[in-house]
Design a protein. Structure first.
Ligand code: RTP
Length: 155
């Protein structure tokens, strides 16, 4: 009853090119699955320059912005939609601090990365941005969200 009163959110998780190249996709998916969240969309995708710039538009004025865009388009990314109660904030906790050297052990960045500029994964910073980021990808990359198979009648 308590859980049903809480808001089910969705968040956009993206394994960045270094995470894909290093073979960390399974490890990262596994952490969200084990926590209890539900995977509702997944796509291996070469992010075009304009989508990367749109995704990180709030950072456009930063000195590292050109390098950040170069990094994001440097190879395929794995885009995912995850659903669950409190999933946006919980995913940020599972991911850890932006600088992997400051991220706690036990977090994805804390365990798997050392450089801010190669921090293996992105997670939305608010439920609104989660919806926006998933919607943007759905439009541009035929990223389709699955129906809940538990709603099917048994054969
Ligand atoms: P993200 O958006 O990728 O989930 O990361 P975040 O919220 O933890 O960090 P944010 O401040 O939004 O920065 C986005 C990404 O930009 C790169 N960055 N580089 N060189 C630098 O000082 C610097 N600062 C940020 C990182 O890849 C960071 O994840």
């Amino acid at each position: 009853l308590v859980a049903s009163l809480e808001q089910v959110d969705e968040t956009y998780i993206m394994v960045k090119p270094d995470g894909v190249q290093r073979g960390l996709v399974g490890e990262i998916i596994s952490r969200f699955e084990k926590k209890g969240f539900k995977l509702t969309g997944l796509k291996l995708f070469q992010c075009p320059q304009d989508l990367a710039e749109e995704h990180y538009k709030d950072l456009k004025g930063k000195s590292f912005f050109p390098k950040l865009i170069e990094y994001i388009v440097s190879g395929p990314v794995v885009c995912m939609a995850w659903e669950g109660v409190g999933v946006v904030a919980a995913a940020r906790k599972l991911i850890g601090a932006t600088n992997p050297l400051q991220a706690e052990p036990g977090t994805i960045r804390g365990d798997l990365a050392v450089q801010t500029g190669r921090n293996v994964v992105h997670g939305s910073d608010s439920p609104e941005n989660g919806k926006r980021e998933i919607g943007r990808l759905a439009l541009l990359a035929s990223f389709t969200l699955v129906m809940d198979i538990s709603r099917l009648e048994p054969l």
